[in-house]
Structures are given as C-alpha cells and as structure tokens.
Design a protein. Structure first.
Length: 391
C-alpha cells in the first residue's frame, strides 16, 4: 500500500531532492576521481544545507536542531541516500544523538557547537576484537584521582581526520562484563591521543577511516558521558534510530536511485533491434527490485512510526537493517547484470553503487549479528515481530 504523506512531508522530500540534484550529484564524479571532497565544496554544501534547514534535522529543537520525528527523519534520510556518503555527512551533519545523554555543561561544550556545525565528531566503538560484539572491547579507562587515564585503540572510525572530538567506549570495571563499560568524550589533540593514517576502502570514496590510539590519555571528570558503567546500555539505547536512518533508510534511497537508472537503461539500451526492457528476464529484475524496495520502505516507516509512539523497537530495527541492506545488495547486483559491461566499468555510476552497497551488510552490526538479535527476541517471547494478532 502506498504511504500517505502530508503536504509538509512532500515538501521536505521535494526540497531535498532538488538540493541533491543541483548541489550534490554534480560532485559525485569529482569525488570518485580525486578520493576527497574539496574544502570549498564542503563549505558551500554546509552553508546551503544550513540555509535550507537540513543540518542536524534529527536533533530536538530545544538543542538547536530541526526536531524531526523519527518518521520524517527516515523520509529525509532515504532521499539523502541517493548520493555519496561523504556528501550526506557534510549536508546532514551526522550528529549522533548519544550526546543528548550529557549534562547541561556537556551540551554547551560539545553538543551545541556540533549542532551549529562548528565542531565535528564521531563515535568510536569498534575495535579489532570488538565489532559486532560491542561488549568485547579492550580499550580501558582507570581512575586517577578525580580524572581518568585512557589506553587502547579503536579502528574503522569514519571521518576520523575531520573530527574535533570522539565519543569513546572503554572498560572501567573489568570484573562486571558489559556493566563495566563507560563512555567518554575525547577531544582531538590531547597528549597521548593519535589518529592513524587513512585506511582506503573498496567503496565510500571521499570518506576516511582510521585507527585511534590512546596512550595514557588523561581525561577530566567532565568527560564521562552518562553514568559510570552505563556506556554499553547508553550506546544501544541511543544508536538505534541512527542505525535505522544511516543504514536502512539510506539503503532504500540508494536502491531507489539504482532502480531509476536501471529503468532508464532498459528504455534506451537496444539489443536484437528492441529495448532490453522488452525482454522478460530484464522485466523480472526490474519488478523484483521494485517489490523489494517497496517492502523495505514499508518496514522502515512502520518501525519509525512505532518508535514515535514510544515503542521499544530494538528487534524491529535489526529486522529492517537486515532487510534493507540485503535488499540493496540484490538490487545493485541486478543493476550490474542489466547494464552489462557498462555496469562493471570503473568510473560509471553502477560500479560505484555496487562497491558502496557491500558495506551495508557489515557496519553497525553484521546481518548475522542482527539475525541473532531477532532470534533471541523470538525465543524470549516476541510474537509481535511476525504475528499481527500479537500486536
């Protein structure tokens, strides 16, 4: 069933689409060729995004953001998913809501400047032995008087070289397992804190990914974010909507863009004297892609509505994350097949989308981990995940 949108929601979608077409899409090839977003382009995108009200749209109005509902935020993120990841970051602001758990002083020092676009930050949870298993981290923070001393390292931290600070998880009590993990705000430039070199990736051109090294980094008591020992719970509680937005919604948007390109190609490309869109096997790939995109979008928006009503949607978010990310993989794979050699040719859009799509099944928890989350919920008694009569 088609989604019923208000006039305001349609205006939001159309405004973002115009912004993408006029301001962002012309930069995609340049980023692919150079591997970076030029400073002048980044500055222009940021200013234009602020003018249009896109920057920090997911942050509550009382903290200076746009205050979008989860539903409207997903509508926006789906549209932004139709362009390069680095352009989304510069236009939308990737401001993780985990900072909302801070004190008023922390809001003033770290959250407010981020919402204004004056400071950039990232969350740093992943380690070589702690990716999907977030509780397996080895980075530690020990007390030293009223301060903390941080040691360890993180890996695959996106945009690390552009960040002014990081939200970092560390073990503060090794004897209590997941309940011994705390969260700290760590400014770049502190003694003992080093950002490693960029790790080039198969896709996501223009973004950087680096390791962070902490060697006896001293942190003041004001850097502890949330209660001591509450770091993992805080992360799980606050990053669910982020996962829904940055993975599921963007995956739906990317798949939509790819299907548009497939349809155009099916009209224009001729073989044996007729458009390839007349061939049933090509039609099947188009139809399957449209059905899967529609199903993923419905699940995405249903989950967003549930969150807006106050529901605990952890298992539902896992379901949508797996569904949307794997759907994107299938759609771009079909696109390569429909485009043939030009779909496999480097420098053309489909090849870029194919590379970018692969990471969606990995970051923010692999498909396998999220399936375990779903299964545990079912075993523990959550029939509402599949039985409408239990809702």
């Amino acid at each position: 069933m088609p989604v019923t949108l208000s006039d305001e929601q349609r205006l939001l979608i159309s405004t973002i689409r115009r912004f993408i077409v006029s301001e962002l899409r012309p930069l995609e090839d340049k980023i692919e060729q150079t591997g970076k977003l030029a400073d002048e382009d980044a500055a222009r995108i940021f200013e234009r995004s602020r003018e249009l009200g896109f920057y920090a749209m997911s942050i509550p109005e009382e903290h200076g953001g746009g205050g979008l509902s989860t539903f409207d935020w997903m509508l926006a993120e789906e549209q932004f998913g139709q362009t390069s990841d680095i352009l989304i970051r510069r236009a939308f602001g990737n401001i993780y809501e985990i900072l909302l758990a801070g004190t008023p002083d922390q809001h003033a020092r770290w959250l407010a400047p981020s919402v204004r676009g004056e400071r950039v930050f990232a969350v740093a949870f992943t380690e070589p032995e702690a990716g999907s298993d977030a509780a397996a981290i080895r980075t530690s923070a020990r007390r030293d008087g009223d301060a903390w001393v941080l040691n360890g390292h993180k890996c695959f931290i996106s945009d690390a070289h552009a960040c002014d600070f990081f939200v970092v998880t560390a073990v503060t009590d090794k004897d209590t397992g997941a309940k011994g993990i705390s969260t700290f705000i760590v400014d770049t430039g502190l003694n003992g804190f080093t950002v490693g070199p960029n790790q080039p990736m198969m896709g996501l051109r223009g973004t950087t990914h680096a390791e962070l090294f902490f060697d006896n980094v001293r942190l003041g008591p004001e850097t502890l974010l949330g209660p001591e020992g509450g770091g993992l719970k805080l992360a799980l509680a606050t990053l669910g909507r982020i996962r829904l937005a940055q993975i599921a919604a963007r995956a739906v948007g990317k798949a939509t863009r790819v299907l548009d390109l497939m349809i155009d190609h099916a009209h224009g490309r001729k073989q044996f004297g007729q458009p390839i869109g007349d061939f049933q096997m090509v039609q099947k790939m188009l139809a399957d892609s449209a059905m899967e995109i529609s199903a993923a979008r419905s699940a995405l928006l249903d989950t967003a509505s549930f969150i807006d009503l106050g529901g605990d949607a952890r298992a539902e978010i896992s379901m949508v994350k797996v569904q949307a990310s794997e759907m994107l993989g299938r759609v771009v794979d079909r696109a390569v097949q429909v485009f043939g050699g030009s779909g496999y040719a480097k420098g053309l859009p489909i090849e870029r989308y194919y590379r970018d799509a692969r990471i969606y099944r990995i970051f923010d928890g692999t498909s396998e981990i999220h399936r375990s989350v779903i299964a545990r919920s079912l075993i523990n008694g959550a029939p509402q995940l599949y039985d409408i009569g239990a809702q």
